[in-house]
Write a protein that binds this ligand. Structure first.
Ligand SMILES: NC(=O)c1ccc[n+]([C@@H]2O[C@H](COP(=O)([O-])OP(=O)(O)OC[C@H]3O[C@@H](n4cnc5c(N)ncnc54)[C@H](O)[C@@H]3O)[C@@H](O)[C@H]2O)c1
Length: 355
């Protein structure tokens, strides 16, 4: 059973295993001793895996409550947060009880934020069921909801006590969702693991669990390196935002019809192209990034307007006064942060979007 350890202000494990959900209850008992467990999921995920998780939790002796949310990004909202918090209060949850997030990044971010704020913080467990959540959002402790003005504008750093990834859940994942995870894996490879990038270029059949396991382990290792160095996102952790400033703009102006992973793919290619045109990269990464994305059926072309994107992106938290931090690939496996004036962002986006 592969196990990774994430060392942030709190040290915790990520368990990566086929069938891990059947052991969810006993795995939780190895790190927390809650009386009550509130399982938060979305209706799609719950219909697929809810019973397995529930049986396991009940078999381990927990008093279990279930909250089912609507699937989709719109659920990452203040009203969903409010619903969870009021539910916990009504059911008299205490600081020694815990939340379990069973789902993708939406459920993980929302549940994590509820755990961070209820009674000023109670334990929570991440059980990711999308590739994107397994390789990225379930570790590192960033929790959030969206506000009208933009993505993730209200949130907290709050680490889970444990991450339980049942690889079998990925077998049910629709193809487009699978590709969104691939985009985040490509991101990890570009910023910190050239070997992972080479591996991605050689694989013939990605829809097998060996591939999933290899990519999750490699990506989480890259992420945990940056989280360990800079948990609160003041320095090197920002490298994980490669492609994300533009991506958040794309998501926002498409009213979240373009998914996070797809938007990240577009943002990465554009930033690689802009960095190459500006002479900031040691090697032009545009071609390999475009190639690897297309190999996995992801079209990174973006036809949004640079000015509109820059306006939307500037609501992003990555802005600091008159400057905004962007991530540029130096070569595959290495990236750097660069502070640019807010006024230059539109030009960078334009350079990135023009082939
Ligand atoms: N906290 C972080 O560090 C971090 C990092 C990256 C992304 N994110 C956030 O993650 C969110 C995106 O996460 P996501 O892509 O997992 O989206 P998601 O949670 O909306 O899940 C995508 C869809 O797949 C369905 N689904 C989930 N698991 C399934 C399965 N195994 N089989 C079939 N269907 C399944 C869900 O019901 C949903 O409709 C965004 O809000 C993004 O901002 C957070």
């Amino acid at each position: 059973m592969p196990k990774l350890t994430i060392e942030a202000s709190k040290k915790y494990d990520m368990i990566i295993e086929s069938g891990a959900l059947e052991k969810l209850g006993e795995l939780i008992l190895s790190v927390e001793k809650p009386k009550k467990v509130c399982l938060v999921s979305d209706t799609t995920v719950y219909s697929l895996f809810g019973d397995i998780a529930l049986d396991s939790l009940e078999d381990a002796g927990f008093d279990v409550n279930v909250i089912k949310m609507a699937p989709g990004e719109q659920t990452k909202s203040m009203s969903s947060l409010n619903r969870i918090l009021e539910y916990l209060a009504e059911h008299e949850y205490t600081r020694s009880d815990c939340l379990v997030a069973l789902g993708g990044g939406v459920i993980g971010d929302l549940t994590g934020f509820a755990a961070a704020t209820y009674l000023r913080g109670i334990p929570f467990i991440q059980s990711p069921t999308t590739l994107l959540a397994a390789v990225d959002s379930s570790v590192g402790g960033k929790t959030a909801v969206n506000l009208k003005a933009g993505k993730n504008l209200a949130g907290a750093f709050w680490q889970p006590s444990l991450v339980v990834f049942d690889m079998d859940t990925i077998l049910e994942l629709p193809e487009n969702r699978f590709k969104e995870g691939i985009a985040e894996i490509v991101k990890s490879a570009v910023i910190g693991d050239a070997g992972l990038f080479d591996y991605l270029m050689t694989v013939d059949n990605p829809r097998i669990l060996d591939f999933v396991e290899t990519c999750v382990i490699a990506s989480v290792k890259v992420k945990s390196r940056f989280v360990h160095a800079d948990e609160r996102d003041l320095g090197p952790r920002k490298l994980l935002n490669f492609g994300h400033t533009m991506a958040h703009g794309i998501e926002k102006i498409s009213d979240y019809r373009i998914s996070h992973g797809q938007a990240v793919a577009m943002g990465m290619l554009a930033m690689a192209r802009a960095a190459a045109k500006k002479g900031w990269s040691n090697k032009d990464c545009t071609l390999p990034i475009g190639q690897v994305l297309r190999k996995y059926g992801i079209d990174p072309a973006c036809d949004h307007d640079a000015a509109q994107l820059a306006r939307a992106a500037l609501n992003d938290k990555k802005r600091r006064g008159d400057t905004v931090t962007i991530v540029i690939p130096l070569e595959i496996g290495d990236a750097a942060l660069m502070d640019i004036p807010v006024a230059s962002l539109e030009e960078i986006f334009r350079l990135g979007l023009e082939e």
